[in-house]
Design a binder for this molecule. Structure first.
Ligand SMILES: [Zn+2]
Ligand SMILES: [Zn+2]
Length: 210
């Protein structure tokens, strides 16, 4: 009984807590179809550094700022109305990730615009919709009541990162033998090739090529 009362009390003491346009900064923001049926939702949010989990390699260095709006787009398909969520806006943050060659941390500014459409996950299970056209591959899916803004932003940040991050175009990378960062100077491993044992190996290699 006491627990129930406490819960009721808390809910009452924060009457605006679940109102769609009243999210406190940094809170998780669930964008639901039910809310969008009433009105489009505008968001202007800041996620403090490290709030977004970008996986093992990437780290969110500065606050992520995201601004935009969510709308309900009703797709009419025969007898069905499919409630799609359109999400558009822009985001900015700085991410740090290791150089693909020398593993030194590299800072990368992410600034991207997005305009995305999310369909309910079961909408495409309809038999006459087996083929998904190329244009539709950009469409995302949501499960349950709606989408978590944070998840969308996380995905957008990851998509904005280069496939291969380099600290500089001509990064020399690490020596495969001793692991030294070759941008900071050469190592002695090259000298080993002139070692008589290596020289013997080199001559065998040379013969094999012929
Ligand atoms: Zn590098
Ligand atoms: Zn080396």
């Amino acid at each position: 009984m006491v627990r129930l009362w406490q819960r009721a009390f808390r809910a009452e003491s924060r009457p605006e807590a679940f109102h769609s346009s009243q999210f406190p900064p940094e809170s998780e923001m669930l964008i639901t179809v039910r809310d969008l049926e009433l009105r489009p939702l505008h968001f202007d949010q800041e996620f403090q550094p490290g709030t977004l989990d970008l996986g093992v390699d990437a780290t969110q260095r500065t606050a992520l700022h995201a601004r935009g709006q969510a709308d309900l787009v009703e797709e009419i398909e025969g007898q069905r109305i499919i409630p799609d969520i359109r999400l558009r806006g822009k985001l900015q943050t700085q991410v740090e990730l290791p150089c693909a060659r020398c593993v030194e941390p590299v800072k990368y500014d992410v600034s991207s615009d997005f305009d995305l459409l999310y369909r309910p996950i079961n909408a495409d299970s309809h038999p006459d919709e087996a083929a998904i056209s190329e244009a539709e591959t950009e469409i995302g899916f949501y499960q349950g009541d709606g989408i978590q803004l944070e998840d969308v932003l996380k995905e957008q940040v990851l998509l904005a990162l280069p496939a291969k991050m380099l600290c500089r175009e001509d990064c020399k990378g690490l020596c495969p033998q001793c692991g030294k960062n070759l941008n900071q100077g050469s190592c002695r491993c090259e000298a080993k090739i002139s070692d008589p044992r290596w020289a013997a190996l080199e001559s065998i290699k040379g013969k094999l090529k012929q």
